[in-house]
Design a protein. Structure first.
Length: 180
């Protein structure tokens, strides 16, 4: 995966098709086996002036190559911004350069969520997805619906178990044991 991404990066930076002056000697590459929401990330080490592109193994397995290559170009745009300006985001400068290299602003979801948060108010359609046991997942009684401010429940998607309190979370986790 990394080898293929590096080859594509060389084609993007050194080729005629795109205009993306990235210093490839100041790039490092790594993978993430944990990433569930983001297909890639670019981290900047200002002290070393090195950008590290992190690519998700799961995204690589779920996307076809053209879609994954677009993720590589997206992260290269971040690397270019870091190298040129010392910061990066998804603002106007990023959007313009990403469009020029045919890179998406956001990637398509490639993993099913582990948890779904659902409003308990009858006429409220609010739902949120989570891949990790964040605070709103562990302690839903301390948070409110993102749309109407009502209470919500959390569902562990794989088991179908639901809870609305911190103790409910603990009980579901204990009941599922190794299946958590």
């Amino acid at each position: 995966m990394i080898a293929r991404a590096r080859i594509h990066a060389r084609e993007v930076v050194d080729g005629e098709e795109y205009d993306l002056p990235v210093d490839r000697s100041a790039l490092e590459w790594t993978t993430s086996a944990r990433a569930r929401r983001r297909a890639g990330a670019c981290r900047w080490d200002a002290d070393r002036e090195v950008a590290t592109i992190v690519l998700s193994r799961l995204a690589y397995e779920h996307y076809d190559w053209p879609e994954f290559a677009a993720v590589v170009r997206h992260e290269l745009v971040h690397a270019w911004e870091f190298q040129q300006f010392g910061d990066s985001g998804h603002g106007q400068r990023f959007r313009e350069r990403a469009a020029a290299v045919d890179a998406p602003r956001h990637c398509r979801s490639f993993a099913d969520p582990r948890y779904v948060l659902r409003c308990l108010t009858d006429d409220c359609p609010w739902r949120a997805q989570r891949h990790r046991a964040s605070r709103p997942v562990k302690t839903p009684d301390r948070y409110r619906c993102g749309a109407c401010g009502g209470d919500y429940e959390v569902e562990h998607v794989e088991s179908g178990r639901t809870w609305t309190t911190a103790s409910g979370y603990g009980g579901a986790r204990a009941a599922l044991g190794d299946d958590w």
